[in-house]
Design a protein around this ligand. Structure first.
Ligand code: SF4
Ligand code: SF4
Length: 187
């Protein structure tokens, strides 16, 4: 972060929005960069984890919600474990993905948000992941039918992709969790 940055505003609406969504108080971050130093996918990010926090503190909503970093994050929780201030940054990234999906802004990554949504929709409808319906949802949205077709066929032949979903008795509870979250998220 540049030494010429203005003094951090004490509060702004985006900072409050992120804290409310994630329930993580990122105001305590003092930019030690331990999160970025331990992140296994940092080389593919356009904004480093500690910089994401700084940008939120400055209220730069569009810059953060259109960044590729929030979709590159693999939710490995290394940053959360390393933070000396107990800031659960992995949870913040999860909330930023949620806010980005509902913001109407163009995502910094094209296919990952589509896969993210297809993955959640698949679990919501069947209670657990069903790879074939996940692939179909993803392919219908991206219209890239041939990409990875060879790999998909090999997985199918080895029995890794089932035609029908496996039976699961907890589907109703999973739907209730989704519904409760969606109600809470829109409060
Ligand atoms: S490790 Fe924690 S305190 Fe350090 S920069 Fe990252 S979030 Fe901030
Ligand atoms: S949770 Fe995301 S940001 Fe944190 S270390 Fe893992 S990949 Fe990096």
């Amino acid at each position: 972060m540049s030494m010429n940055e203005p003094a951090m505003p004490l509060k702004n609406s985006f900072l409050e929005e992120v804290i409310k969504e994630s329930k993580v108080d990122i105001r305590a971050c003092y930019q030690c960069q331990k999160c970025s130093a331990g992140c296994p996918v940092v080389s593919a990010m356009d904004i480093l984890p500690n910089q994401v926090i700084r940008q939120i503190q400055y209220g730069r909503r569009e810059k953060v919600l259109t960044s590729g970093s929030i979709w590159i994050c693999a939710s490995c929780h290394t940053c959360s474990v390393r933070c000396p201030n107990d800031i659960d940054f992995a949870k913040v990234m999860d909330s930023l993905r949620h806010l980005a999906l509902h913001s109407g802004m163009n995502a910094g990554e094209k296919e990952i948000p589509v896969f993210h949504k297809a993955f959640l929709d698949s679990i919501k409808s069947a209670g657990r992941i069903h790879e074939l319906s996940l692939i179909l949802r993803f392919k219908l949205k991206t219209r890239n039918f041939l990409k990875d077709a060879g790999l998909g066929w090999q997985m199918f032949r080895r029995g890794k992709i089932k035609v029908l979903p496996q039976s699961f008795t907890g589907g109703k509870e999973v739907k209730e969790i989704f519904n409760a979250y969606e109600k809470g998220a829109t409060r």
